[in-house]
Write a protein that binds this ligand. Structure first.
Ligand code: SAH
Length: 216
């Protein structure tokens, strides 16, 4: 489940992605991915693949989590907004690298389970919220960094507004079930410098009502 050799293999894979930043490697060393996947899949926790989690969602592939973390370029004094908590694995990685992570998830169950994991692991600098990520987190804005872990047709306007001056947002852009591209947006005043990074495949960023407002 949590065999040291499995994690070492994963760290090697992340290095092979060209990620050598010791802070990022230490974050991956510190967070036990097997606690973020369904128990029945714990044996695959350190495979470099995405895996299914509750509510029809997925925990992202670890090397992609590493690439996204790397391009986000998080500093230890920064406030980070994450949209799409999912299992909370990416959140826990970010929390090793910054002052505080504010993470929004539309599925109540996923948000509660992730918060429980953060508590069990003694990670103190994460705030969770159930809601629509399209609305961001107005009370805590602006953020120096924003990471979106679900794909949108275009960057949500509110999130662009939530980005601090000189802030960076990393977001997959593209249609559902088709080729999406990971973008890095760098805010400079009213302008956003765009960089296309790599092709990716994410679950969609769903706009509108959350579990909280569902009839069930
Ligand atoms: N980083 C997560 C990836 C989860 S997949 C992990 O590694 O586990 C993306 C998540 O985004 C899903 O849990 C999905 O429910 C959530 N999501 C989709 N649309 C959303 C929205 N509008 N607001 C908040 N979360 C959303």
């Amino acid at each position: 489940m949590n065999r040291p050799t499995d994690k070492a293999r994963l760290l090697l894979q992340i290095r092979q992605e060209g990620i050598t930043n010791p802070r990022i490697l230490a974050a991956f060393e510190a967070v036990p991915r097997y606690l973020f996947v369904p128990e029945i899949l714990a044996g695959h926790a350190y495979d470099d693949t995405s895996l299914p989690i509750s509510c029809g969602q997925t925990i992202s592939q670890p090397s992609l989590v590493a690439v996204m973390t790397n391009v986000l370029d998080v500093g230890d004094r920064m406030k980070v907004l994450e949209i799409g908590t999912g299992s909370g694995y990416q959140t826990a990685i970010l929390a090793q690298l910054c002052r505080r992570v504010y993470t929004v998830e539309r599925h109540r169950i996923l948000s509660i389970e992730a918060a429980q994991r953060f508590q069990n692991l003694g990670i103190p600098n994460i705030s969770t919220r159930i809601g629509d990520g399209y609305c961001g987190w107005p009370a805590q804005a602006p953020f120096q960094r924003i990471l979106v872990t679900a794909a949108a047709p275009e960057p949500p306007l509110t999130l662009l507004e939530h980005l601090a001056e000189d802030g960076v947002m990393v977001i997959p852009i593209g249609p559902t079930d088709a080729k999406q591209t990971l973008y890095r947006l760098h805010r400079q005043g009213k302008k956003y410098k765009e960089e296309r990074l790599i092709d990716v495949r994410f679950v969609p960023l769903v706009e509108g009502k959350t579990d909280e407002t569902d009839a069930d």
